[in-house]
Design a protein around this ligand. Structure first.
Ligand SMILES: [Zn+2]
Length: 366
């Protein structure tokens, strides 16, 4: 542990102890004040949790591309700065509000990262990410988790199973749950099928490889350099393609005797989207949750309907997907961690993510 980390740890403990004794009034909050400008501010701690709420001491945050988008700035996003960043987190309950049952101080939890209403039909049906009255994505539209304490509705908390660390659990609400939702709710990936995972070294790419291998799929994946190729192979990928030295669509078609794969896991966007479609077998499914390389592309409609492709847009996940993700972690399907950084180094983590130098997840430890 570096001096900086231990100093931050000491500061955090002091804040938590003060809080537990009921005297905490200030806390740290990592705040986006302008595009690409983060400040670690000393702000008022939240009040005691209200009815139906719990107060959580944040322990770890997982970084995702949505954090990079938010940090860079997105002109069309409806939000106001300053904004506390951090979209997925784990933590420990330090207090519960009046009338709360089922959870108590000391419980380890992760939080759903969007303020859903809990009352509309999609919410009642368990399709939380289709909430009709969502208050926004935390850390992107509204204040997120990069602060010492946060009050959350108890209905949006999921307990962390025994044996799963705060560090790993911090990857459940966004990274793991997004992949769980993409592969199993949307693409309906079945044991024994074949799948192409684009950008297999990314946070969600590593999760997709591990989840697909865990049910016995044949996994093809793309990476941008040979070092990542070796790591993807070590994760269990059957065929790893360096997209900088080979045309991935040609390699996949050749390896599948021109049949193509059952499912493509997309999140890269225009750079790969049409190549991904060419990798699908007739009737194959493409599921996408991102467009890192740009927002628009054109597709061949004749190819779309004659090949009977099914294309799924996927964003976020349900509370059920978070529970499923944590259960997978408890059974040994743990996240690949690229780096752990301190809260003060959040921006360094974002820059590393933006540069695509990562293999796995970047974690911000409190
Ligand atoms: Zn709702």
């Amino acid at each position: 542990m570096t001096d900086v980390q231990s100093a931050l740890g000491a500061k955090q403990r002091t804040a938590a102890e003060r809080h537990l004794s009921g005297t905490a009034s200030r806390m740290r909050a990592l705040t986006l004040v302008a595009d690409r400008k983060l400040e670690l501010l000393d702000v008022a701690a939240p009040p005691a949790p209200g009815p139906g709420e719990a107060q959580i001491a944040v322990k770890a945050i997982g970084l995702n591309h949505i954090d990079v988008w938010g940090w860079r700035g997105m002109a069309f996003a409806r939000r106001k700065l300053p904004l506390v960043v951090g979209a997925e987190a784990s933590g420990e309950i330090v207090a519960v509000g009046p009338g709360v049952s089922g959870v108590k101080a000391g419980d380890r939890v992760v939080a759903y990262g969007a303020l859903t209403c809990g009352a509309c039909k999609p919410c009642r049906d368990g399709r939380d990410n289709l909430c009709e009255n969502v208050g926004g994505v935390m850390g992107f539209h509204i204040d997120g988790f990069a602060r010492d304490f946060v009050n959350m509705p108890v209905r949006l908390l999921v307990p962390i199973p025994a044996g799963v660390s705060f560090r790993d659990a911090a990857c459940a609400p966004v990274a793991f749950a997004t992949v769980q939702h993409m592969l199993f709710d949307n693409a309906k990936l079945e044991p024994g099928e074949s799948i192409l995972v684009q950008a297999g070294g990314s946070g969600i790419g590593t999760v997709a490889i591990k989840m697909a291998k865990s049910i016995g799929c044949t996994v093809y994946t793309t990476v941008g350099d040979d070092a990542k190729a070796a790591k993807a192979k070590a994760l269990g990928a059957d065929h790893v393609i360096n997209y900088r030295s080979e045309r991935f669509e040609g390699v996949v078609r050749k390896l599948t005797a021109k049949k193509g794969v059952d499912v493509v896991f997309e999140h890269v966007g225009p750079d790969t989207f049409n190549g991904s479609l060419l990798c699908l077998k007739r009737g194959g499914r493409l599921v996408t949750c991102g467009s890192t390389s740009g927002q628009s592309t054109t597709i061949n409609l004749f190819q779309l309907y004659t090949q009977q492709y099914r294309i799924f847009g996927s964003f976020g996940a349900s509370l059920r997907n978070i529970r499923e993700s944590l259960a997978k972690m408890a059974s040994g399907l743990t996240p690949v961690i690229d780096t752990e950084v301190a809260l003060a180094d959040f921006e360094r983590g974002l820059a590393r993510l933006e540069s695509r130098q990562v293999f796995g997840k970047i974690i911000v430890a409190f």
